[in-house]
Design a binder for this molecule. Structure first.
Ligand code: ATR
Length: 282
């Protein structure tokens, strides 16, 4: 019997998850269907239960429901508990089990696809919203030299750092919260944009000296060059968008559901080629 999965969000029509999971299923020979479910802002729970009661096996959760999915879950697995957000649901008997695969996706993309080690590195994480909460624990477990969280609203960065206090010792020189104008002349090996600025074609007020020689600039937003990535390139950094993270988090969800690890490289290439194509058509 074909097992049914879906991504749920609002909006969701633009989601690349159905395409990604169809490729994974084809490559691994898994018999699944994967669709998109548009849920009203006040109807997330009902839509999830309807999908489950219709025979659904699991779901991915996207904007704006990740925190609500965390509250809905009966149990939290892996990195979901401290992230306070769930992007992957598994229906297990009568229970809803919530996972968060976003941080694993980011770490795998940086390490395996971009071939950039994280251990012993100075990392700057920009933003203190849900996207940052999702990646803090997996990043810290890589044993960094230092993690600095910068945010326009400093209080939110302080709260984020405090929330992950029990993982502080994973960074040799600790975890700090800073406003952008408090970064001074500090340099970082990896600079990650977890703000939503790119979605508005804007970028955080970042001093240009933050990029250490050979630094990697990573924007969690996918789909090509963002103002942050253009800025990073102009100041000598290597730039990567979030396409690889998107595919890696999907692969981890697929593994949770199916127990099979799909290849991610060809799917990342396929999405990047599509992006290039759509820009030429524009
Ligand atoms: P998400 O769940 O995607 O992280 P969010 O919780 O709304 O979304 O958080 C958005 C983050 O992007 C916040 O850290 C926000 O900074 P503030 O907390 O100061 O609002 C950050 N952000 C959004 N637009 C930004 C911009 N133009 N420059 C800098 N930071 C920005």
């Amino acid at each position: 019997m074909t097992d049914r999965y879906a991504v749920i969000g609002t909006p969701v029509a633009h989601s690349k998850s159905p395409l990604i999971h169809a490729e994974f299923a084809r490559e691994t020979g898994q018999d699944i269907s994967y669709t998109a479910v548009l849920a009203p802002l006040d109807g997330f729970k009902e839509a999830v239960l309807r999908f489950r009661d219709g025979g659904g096996a699991g779901m991915n959760v996207t904007v704006p429901f990740k925190q609500e999915a965390w509250r809905l879950a009966d149990a939290h697995s892996g990195y979901a508990m401290d992230a306070g957000a769930v992007n992957t649901i598994e229906f297990r008997e009568e229970k809803i089990v919530g996972y968060n695969t976003d941080g694993v996706g980011l770490v795998r993309d940086i390490k395996n696809n971009l071939r950039c080690g994280i251990k012993g590195k100075r990392v700057l994480l920009m933003g203190a919203g849900g996207a940052s909460y999702g990646v803090m624990e997996p990043l810290l477990r890589e044993h960094l030299e230092q993690l600095v969280v910068a945010n326009r609203t400093l209080e939110k960065a302080i709260n984020l750092v405090g929330h992950f206090e029990k993982f502080q010792s994973f960074a040799v020189r600790g975890v700090l919260a800073r406003p952008y104008d408090g970064l001074g002349n500090a340099q970082f090996d990896i600079v990650i944009n977890a703000t939503s600025a790119s979605l508005e074609n804007a970028m955080p007020p970042l001093p240009p000296c933050v990029f250490a020689p050979g630094a990697l600039a990573y924007d969690m937003v996918y789909g090509g060059t963002t103002p942050f990535l253009a800025f990073a390139r102009a100041h000598g950094a290597r730039a990567a968008d979030g396409t690889g993270m998107l595919v890696e988090q999907a692969a981890e969800s697929f593994f949770i559901w199916r127990g099979v690890r799909p290849q991610t490289g060809p799917v990342i290439e396929m999405l990047k080629a599509k992006d290039r194509g759509s820009r030429i058509e524009d």
